[in-house]
Design a protein around this ligand. Structure first.
Ligand code: SAM
Ligand code: DTB
Ligand code: SF4
Length: 333
């Protein structure tokens, strides 16, 4: 979709935009299901990059304890718990610039992925910059989607990050797509960007080839100590409009209502689901920040008559399918 088309949609009266988004949503996602994804920070803090929204950058004094790469056993415990709790996707994040083949840390990550991928969930990782070799190895280890956000428009990006470029982000995404792995790519609203920046971000995302499999829309959670700590929260109507536009711009992608749900009331979240959001981060914690309690999310989905996405073998890594029971358990067993 092009910028001028996004601009005309954005200018529509609120309910007209919602109506259009809802039509697209119903045509592509008739199931009333919301995907539940659980995040785990497998390596927290001490990141070399200067992303001005991020509590994990070592450039800012954010009062966050730096942690080493987690042990496989601990990761497996969290992943099993996420599955028990109803998540169908497990996303592991690491705070560092990127990964390189031949390093001990990359080998450890591959081993972690190999194990998590046997559990029967979609496996997502967000590990920063990588090349084609790393992408291929992650895919072969069982990663089903790679999260790498563009975060804002190309024009606004240098105001937010200087330690790498917007083009670096695109290059990583290209490598992921070239090896046939799904891309999860979105951004953050509320970082001082203009309306045009927001629409440009969607324009870039919708012109990926292929379009991203999922699009996380984060509302900035201002982190004390970061340059963006004092940013005012995004107006929830602006957020709902952006969700609606994302639904229209990338009709087949899952639109994930991501960070910042703790700042939204149930009614605003309900409108986001109506406008096309069909995925959330689920569980008390994001990477370092708070997320609504799972019990609260379950209650909200039930109040709205939405169900959580059922496990779907077609979306699981091959190693999970090998581990599925051959025959369904007898009824009542
Ligand atoms: N280091 C990897 C990277 O930069 O791609 C992965 C982790 S990074 C924390 C993943 C994404 O989380 C960022 O691209 C950003 O969209 C989101 N994020 C980080 N801090 C945030 C905040 N304070 N508020 C909202 N979203 C945030
Ligand atoms: C994404 O777009 N949002 C998630 C996930 N991808 C990795 C991360 C949100 C992080 C929120 C801030 C924190 O927990 O530190
Ligand atoms: Fe590092 Fe990622 Fe945070 Fe940027 S967003 S500082 S790359 S962890």
């Amino acid at each position: 979709m092009q910028l001028d088309q996004l601009q005309s949609l954005y200018q529509l009266p609120f309910f007209e935009l919602l109506k259009k988004a809802r039509e697209v949503h119903e045509a592509h996602w008739p199931d009333n299901e919301v995907q539940l994804c659980t995040l785990l920070s497998i390596k927290t803090g001490g990141c070399s990059e200067d992303c001005s929204y991020c509590a994990q950058s070592s450039r800012y004094d954010t009062n966050l304890d730096r942690e080493m790469l987690m042990e496989k056993k601990e990761v497996m415990e969290s992943a099993r718990a996420a599955k028990e709790n109803g998540s169908t996707r497990f996303c592991m994040g690491a705070a560092w610039k990127g990964v390189q083949d031949g390093t001990k840390k990359f080998d450890t990550v591959l081993e972690i992925v190999e194990h998590v991928s046997t559990l029967g969930m979609e496996v997502c990782v967000t590990l920063g910059e990588l090349g084609e070799v790393e992408a291929r190895k992650l895919r072969d280890a069982g990663v089903t989607a790679y999260n790498h956000n563009i975060d804002t428009s190309p024009e606004h990006y240098p105001e937010i990050v200087t330690s790498h470029t917007f083009q670096d982000r695109l290059d990583t995404i290209r490598c992921v797509q070239d090896v046939g792995m799904s891309v999860c790519c979105g951004g953050i609203l509320g970082m001082g960007e203009s309306e045009t920046d927001r629409l440009r971000m969607l324009e870039v995302l919708s012109n990926f080839n292929p379009p991203p499999e999922s699009v996380p829309i984060n509302a900035l959670m201002p982190m004390p100590g970061t340059p963006l700590e004092d940013k005012a929260p995004i107006d929830s109507f602006d957020l709902i409009r952006m969700i609606a536009l994302a639904r229209i711009a990338v009709p087949k992608s899952r639109v994930r209502l991501s960070a910042g749900r703790t700042g939204l009331n149930d009614e605003a979240q309900a409108l986001c689901f109506f406008a096309g959001a069909n995925s959330i981060f689920y569980g008390d914690k994001l990477l370092t920040a708070e997320n609504p309690q799972s019990s609260k999310d379950k209650a909200l989905l039930s109040k709205l008559g939405l169900s959580s996405q059922k496990p779907n073998p077609a979306l699981m890594p091959p190693s999970a399918i090998e581990n599925l029971p051959l025959d369904p358990a007898p009824v009542g067993a």
